[in-house]
Design a protein around this ligand. Structure first.
Ligand code: LLP
Length: 412
């Protein structure tokens, strides 16, 4: 719970909106995002890093809902995109093409061409052959000075879940330091490109700052000899709090640690989760309650197809009732209807003893890597998405719940 997702007496609200009222119209399962919360998170990052005046490129992979993108773009954010599709969404949401950074470990020829044609600001490059492609396509389109930032694989171990660590040497991400050294010496081989930046991103949900500091030092040593490289992209990875007892590292001290290293450079950041995770919740309804082997199981109408993080990373998401009940709490396993053993939203979470079928629950901190990772497995339509607008009072459906007919789209 936070300033936006909070109880007023017994009722859970998103900003000034009682969730029960939204759900009466929109049904379940449904994602709700608080734009006031997302914008406050964006401002908090901006303020903590103020000494570095960072250009914040919101990482659209975390949540690419058009209303979310547009709110952040209106607040001044650029966009970190990882595919032609994300660039397309960013442009549709109103991003200026020069404020889009195109990252990604396997950019297709078509996506590179689309990005250059549309004047995307930067390429974060992860592969030598990719540089060749960008150079050749730029030449064929008559484009000069296409800005690239080489992504360093700094070979550091970040302390996060191994599925979301990206900075160790064996990970597929980035270029090793010797390769970068070599490329920087041979910039003349890529006449259409401007080697203007270096990029690191060592993982997501990072709690220690030491690995970042080490990676940063390696990056700065590499670009030190080149006066033309003035932009350092420090990636994303700032954490969000998933557990009520979780404390987050202080953003300001993280910024203070980096500031002396980065003075004089233009700084880019790519936060995703830290902006949108705790601004979003997934609302669901209890379908059945049963006791099995001495354990209470609540079967809900949301599943791993709507929020895959618990099934994929054993991620913890706190769950609370939409309406508080005056009863003791009972440890409960919360599961979805999908035919998979891992379709568990919470292994063991305290919920009211009086919980009944029909009661609604909120799965918290679900704004990042929720809807974007949703699937249609078991022919389940994906949920609706709703935003509570900047004023905190009005809300709107920004994406309709899928229908069965939608599930057939494109099938012949
Ligand atoms: N920049 C790069 C190069 C990235 O690979 C990522 C995330 C970000 C920025 C944004 O990171 P953030 O600020 O959101 O931590 N699905 C996983 C997370 C995958 C992260 C992928 N890369 C999850 O649900 O935890």
């Amino acid at each position: 719970l936070n300033a936006s997702i909070h109880y007023v007496e017994k009722q859970l609200y998103v900003d000034q909106q009682p969730i029960s009222q939204i759900i009466a119209q929109a049904g379940t399962p449904t994602y709700i995002y608080s734009l006031p919360r997302a914008l406050a998170n964006y401002q908090a990052i901006k303020e903590a890093f103020a000494a570095l005046s960072p250009h914040i490129h919101y990482s659209a992979k975390a949540n690419a809902n058009l209303a979310v993108l547009r709110a952040l773009i209106n607040a001044g954010a650029g966009i970190d995109a990882v595919s032609g599709g994300e660039i397309y969404r960013a442009l549709k949401a109103g991003a200026a093409s020069e404020d889009i950074v195109f990252a990604g470990v396997g950019k297709s020829i078509e996506d590179i061409r689309f990005a250059i044609e549309n004047g995307v600001g930067w390429f974060n490059v992860e592969n030598v052959a990719e540089l060749d492609h960008i150079n050749t396509i730029a030449a064929s389109l008559g484009k000069q000075g296409v800005k690239v930032a080489l992504r360093l694989n700094p070979d550091v171990q970040a302390s996060t879940h191994h599925h979301i660590a990206t900075g160790h040497g064996k990970a597929k991400f980035g270029l090793g330091a010797p390769v970068i050294r070599d490329l920087l010496q041979n910039q003349a081989n890529y006449p259409q490109l401007s080697f203007a930046g270096i990029h690191i991103h060592i993982g997501s949900q990072l709690h220690d700052t030491q690995a970042t500091q080490m990676a940063m030092q390696t990056a700065l040593d590499l670009i030190g000899p080149y006066a033309t490289i003035r932009t350092v992209n420090i990636g994303g990875g700032l954490p969000a709090a998933y557990h009520p007892d979780e404390t987050l590292p202080d953003l300001t001290s993280f910024a203070q640690m980096l500031t002396p290293l980065l003075k004089g450079y233009t700084i880019f950041m790519e936060p995703g989760r830290s902006i949108i995770a705790d601004a979003g919740i997934l609302i669901c309804k209890v379908l059945y309650i049963k006791e099995q082997s001495g354990q209470r199981i609540a079967i809900i109408d949301a599943s791993m197809t709507d929020l895959i993080r618990p099934a994929l990373y054993q991620a913890y998401h706190h769950i609370v009732p939409i309406e508080k009940q005056d009863s003791p709490m009972v440890p409960t396993q919360v599961v979805g209807p999908v035919c998979e053993t891992t379709d568990i939203l919470a292994e063991n979470i305290d919920l009211p003893a009086t919980l009944q079928p029909g009661d609604e629950l909120a799965i918290l901190t679900a704004g990042a890597y929720g809807m974007v990772m949703a699937s249609n497995y078991n022919a389940r339509p994906r949920p609706a998405e709703i935003v509570v607008k900047e004023d905190g009072e009005n809300w709107q459906i920004t994406r309709q719940r899928e229908s069965w007919e939608d599930l057939l789209h494109g099938e012949i």
